[in-house]
Design a protein around this ligand. Structure first.
Ligand code: NDP
Length: 228
């Protein structure tokens, strides 16, 4: 049994990742912005104690620090899942600066601040891994201009993860960025390619298979390596 810390387990990919890992017998520490919003699929696990809930808003440094203070156990795998799509603009010319900054605070600085805060817990694991859910929409080869703040936030978080991989390699902590597929969630919409169960199953296979040898890489949910 390993311990997984997953941000944003109230819905979407985070909820399904938590459910599938709990069904496999793993321990999960799941974060929610609103502690009253425990999804029905996870409530029995929370009652049994296999799932520990923490209140955390990735935009709020104080809430991240408080959640880290409340946890006194090693973390083997940290999954930075929480994210927002931000302004659904048609082109970069329509971009609103405040909305852009919020998207960066959640999607780019959120994962960095969560890693900084929970590093002591990851250091207590024998072989810790960090998986940050990014997006192919942030790849430099995708020359599109819609949802530019989202694209920029994911390109930036990829760069941050690459840097952290270098910083943490000497300590044996592996860091990856992943694209989960185009997934039918509130964010992905009902017309997306794959179900949340398929994405989560692929991401769990990735976590299981990746090691320090691949640290700093960017992969999709099928295991294919992507270019930044
Ligand atoms: P959803 O919109 O379904 O869920 C987003 C999750 O993030 C919710 O749990 C939400 O919590 C949480 N969240 C949002 N803002 C914050 C915050 N400030 N602090 C803490 N939690 C927050 O999205 P998905 O499940 O589809 O996406 C999960 C990840 O996958 C994201 O990083 C997304 O960018 C990425 N992704 C998704 C794709 C898709 O096709 N769906 C494609 C590529 C990447 P709450 O319920 O409180 O709002």
């Amino acid at each position: 049994m390993s311990t997984y810390l997953i941000t944003g387990i109230g819905r979407g990919i985070g909820q399904e990742l938590a459910r599938a890992l709990l069904m496999r017998g793993e321990r999960v520490i799941g974060t929610l912005r609103d502690p009253a919003q425990v999804p029905a699929s996870l409530s029995a696990f929370a009652e049994s104690g296999q799932l520990k809930l923490l209140t955390l808003d990735v935009q709020d440094g104080a809430s991240i620090a408080e959640a880290a203070r409340q946890l006194d156990e090693p973390v083997d795998v940290l999954v930075n899942n929480a994210g927002i799509i931000g302004q659904r603009n048609a082109s970069s010319l329509d971009t609103d600066a405040e909305s852009f900054l919020e998207t960066l605070r959640v999607n780019t600085l959120g994962p960095l601040r969560v890693i900084q805060a929970f590093l002591p817990h990851l250091r207590r694991s024998k072989a810790a891994k960090i998986m940050t859910i990014s997006s192919r929409m942030g790849s430099m080869s995708h020359a599109k201009s819609d949802r530019i703040a989202y694209r920029a936030s994911k390109a930036a978080v990829n760069k941050v993860m690459q840097g952290l991989a270098t910083d943490l390699q000497p300590e044996g902590i592996a860091v990856f960025a992943v694209h989960p597929g185009w997934v039918r969630t509130d964010m992905g919409g009902s017309g997306a390619d794959i179900a949340v169960e398929e994405s989560a199953a692929g991401l769990i296979r990735l976590i299981d298979g990746l090691s320090l040898k691949e640290t700093g890489g960017f992969f999709d949910w099928t295991g294919d390596r992507l270019s930044f």
